[in-house]
Design a protein around this ligand. Structure first.
Ligand SMILES: Cc1ncc(COP(=O)(O)O)c(C=O)c1O
Length: 324
């Protein structure tokens, strides 16, 4: 429990690492390595650290189909690398990143490995010891839990050596008039009344997912994504983004119909997809798209729903081909 800090979500968790570890360890001329597929939550905190510390933000190139290779990461590492921050799974492309290998490379350079697991924790079993990452963050609301709660995992020795970012009740040890001392992790990062209701809700969500089995969840949604892609490829003018090997999501564009129009017409048929830049503007530019639509699957989705999506997409195409 000393390595699990309850936060407001992935964003807050990564901001804690950036504001504390990042601000303490990154110096002028140092380097922070990220990739082009990061969600803004795992990008802007590092931009801020780099800006304030006059450090350099380096971007790992993606392969043509949107994968991060170990070689591409290695090409960006140097003895000035202090932090490697990377999504475990891309929320846009469904790419699964080689975290374990990257963590090994980061450590060889004396850097720490920060993992944004917002899109992996809900869908697959994660073993932080096996990955050997230093920090890992996820949110409850993406895994059947409530909003307003998430987790920052960090290695105990690192957490206890870091300065707290919020101060107040619960996190103190001795309070003097001018100076105070702070409790060890997790308390030093949980100032104020803890997120009690959120943690109880997250715990129930984890029990629920464990009962179903995360392996079953993962297999089910991967099957749905492959089933969807096989049919979507037959729709003329539809572009699917991302690699073949992916988790349970399909990001696409339907010819030159704007993603928001696709989403609106699908919505009228009771089908919810997400449209926009998906909080990943650098990735959108890399894809050469201003926005995309994304169908994502979870344990409750069915093949019949995928069929409805495909029918809906065909109707959407028809609808816009008549000059609406
Ligand atoms: C990959 C990824 N990282 C981070 C986040 C941010 O999560 P939250 O808004 O719960 O802090 C998201 C949310 O969409 C995400 O998909």
């Amino acid at each position: 429990h000393e390595e699990i800090i309850f936060t407001r979500g992935t964003t807050t968790a990564i901001n804690i690492v950036a504001s504390s570890y990042g601000m303490e360890h990154v110096e002028e001329g140092d380097e922070i390595v990220v990739t082009y597929l990061e969600h803004h939550a795992n990008l802007i905190p590092w931009q801020q650290v780099a800006k304030r510390k006059k450090a350099k933000l380096k971007y790992v190139d993606l392969t043509a189909d949107g994968r991060v290779t170990v070689e591409a990461v290695e090409a960006q590492l140097s003895d000035r690398t202090k932090i490697v921050a990377m999504a475990h799974v891309s929320n846009v492309l469904g790419t699964i990143n080689p975290i374990k290998e990257v963590a090994r490379l980061a450590h060889a350079r004396g850097a720490v490995m920060v993992v944004d697991a917002a899109q992996s924790a809900p869908h697959q079993r994660i073993d932080v010891t096996d990955l050997d990452c230093d920090f890992l963050a996820f949110s409850a609301h993406k895994m059947c839990g409530p909003t307003g709660v998430g987790v920052l995992y960090g290695k105990k020795a690192l957490l206890n050596a870091m300065e707290p970012v919020e101060f107040g009740g619960e996190m103190i040890d001795y309070v003097g008039l001018e100076e105070s001392t702070f409790k060890p992790s997790p308390y030093r990062f949980e100032a104020g009344t803890p997120i009690i209701a959120g943690a109880v809700g997250l715990s129930a969500a984890i029990d629920f997912l464990e009962e179903i089995g995360l392996e079953n969840v993962e297999a089910h949604e991967r099957e749905l994504a492959q089933y969807a892609m096989a049919q979507m490829r037959d729709i003329d003018g539809l572009t699917i983004y991302g690699p073949e090997e992916r988790v349970g999501l399909v990001t696409f564009n339907l010819g030159d119909v704007h993603a928001h129009d696709v989403a609106t017409v699908l919505d009228m048929q009771g089908i919810a997809v997400r449209a926009g830049h998906h909080c990943a503007q650098p990735l959108m530019r890399w894809l050469g798209a201003s926005s995309t639509a994304r169908a994502s699957f979870y344990l409750y989705n069915t093949k019949e729903e995928v069929d409805a999506l495909v029918t809906g997409l065909r109707q959407t195409k028809e609808y816009f081909s008549h000059g609406f």
